[in-house]
Design a protein around this ligand. Structure first.
Ligand SMILES: [Zn+2]
Length: 332
């Protein structure tokens, strides 16, 4: 390997993935670990160790590091404003990492990072208007509007998972004060809850037998049984897909995107989730916006966050061209 590389880090609620990435977005080394939640110091130590491990493994100069973090950003103060899953609230994360790593550092919300790389090189390539939903433990959102990554006035958007699809719906999990948000219906955790209820209702089903054996019914397990043909598990995904379609209908009506990219761990369900979503959009979204939108899985799948973080670092370092520049404050 010859050219300079960067390290992209996807810092999620449960796991961290760091990759050594070159200017063509090829990944030369990966390191993965569970994220410690005990306190901020333990978290930062673990992040630094992962970056150093990747740096040692890289057989090329590392010129920058990008982080996509599961948190809400506040550009006014340069901090991670809140995070449901990580002990980093009010931390000037970029400054701390710059100091500790001795390298230029870029930081953004993980879904914004995923949107960036899907837009530059993935499923939303060439789009001037695109939406990304990354569905895992919760739901992250990314937006390209008029050829620019839209992040809101202070960088705290776009939290598309907190779009309300049922005013009287269940309380939103985590730190959101809302009710009936898309995330309360369609996340991996929500699918696990719906799967558990379906298992209780139908003890004769594959899901029911799994629950009876003492195993927890999780989102990935529902998907696995659905792929195996269990009709009850498939029905759970069908219902989740229809909820997803209701949310996407609003996004299609508001933003008129040419593509809606769905990523995150839940997309392992593939068309079992996307087909019901497409059907709802076809029924309910406004014409003609509904006729131009494609609803597709993320090209970079579970690596979109890591590769998006790497893309931020590559663009800031001048190693990849910036077709539509990020706001200046994100490139400092
Ligand atoms: Zn919410």
């Amino acid at each position: 390997m010859s050219g300079a590389c960067v390290i992209g880090v996807d810092l999620g609620g449960t796991k961290l993935l760091a990759g050594v990435v070159d200017a063509d977005l090829r990944v030369h080394h990966r390191t993965q670990r569970l994220v410690p939640h005990a306190d901020t110091a333990a978290l930062l130590d673990s992040v630094c160790q992962a970056v150093e491990e990747a740096r040692v493994a890289a057989r090329a100069p590392i010129v920058a590091v990008g982080f996509g973090i599961a948190c809400l950003m506040d550009d006014r103060r340069g901090v991670a404003a809140t995070s449901v899953h990580l002990p980093i609230a009010d931390l000037p994360f970029a400054d701390v990492m710059r100091e500790r790593l001795g390298l230029p550092v870029q930081v953004d919300n993980d879904a914004n990072a995923a949107m960036l790389v899907e837009w530059r090189a993935g499923a939303a390539r060439g789009a001037t208007d695109a939406v990304l939903l990354t569905i895992g433990t919760g739901i992250g959102g990314g937006l390209v509007v008029g050829g620019r990554l839209a992040r809101g006035s202070i960088g705290a958007g776009p939290e598309l998972g907190h779009m309300v699809i049922d005013e009287h719906g269940p309380p939103c999990p985590g730190g959101c004060p809302g009710r009936g948000c898309l995330e309360a219906f369609v996340s991996g955790e929500a699918i696990g809850r719906a799967g558990t209820q379906a298992a209780l209702d139908r003890p004769d089903s594959g899901l029911g037998r799994v629950l009876a054996s003492g195993r927890a019914v999780t989102g990935p397990l529902v998907t696995e049984l659905a792929w195996d043909g269990d009709p009850v598990a498939r029905a759970v995904l069908e219902t989740s897909g229809r909820h997803l379609g209701v949310g996407i209908t609003s996004l299609v009506n508001i933003f008129n995107p040419s593509v809606v990219v769905v990523g995150g761990g839940v997309i392992a369900a593939g068309d079992m989730l996307l087909e019901p979503a497409r059907a709802v959009v076809a029924q309910r979204a406004l014409w003609p916006a509904r006729d131009v939108v494609e609803i597709v899985p993320a090209h970079f799948a579970e690596e979109a966050g890591m590769l998006g973080a790497a893309t931020m670092a590559l663009e800031a370092a001048g190693l990849r061209s910036v077709a539509s520049p990020l706001p200046a404050e994100r490139r400092a």
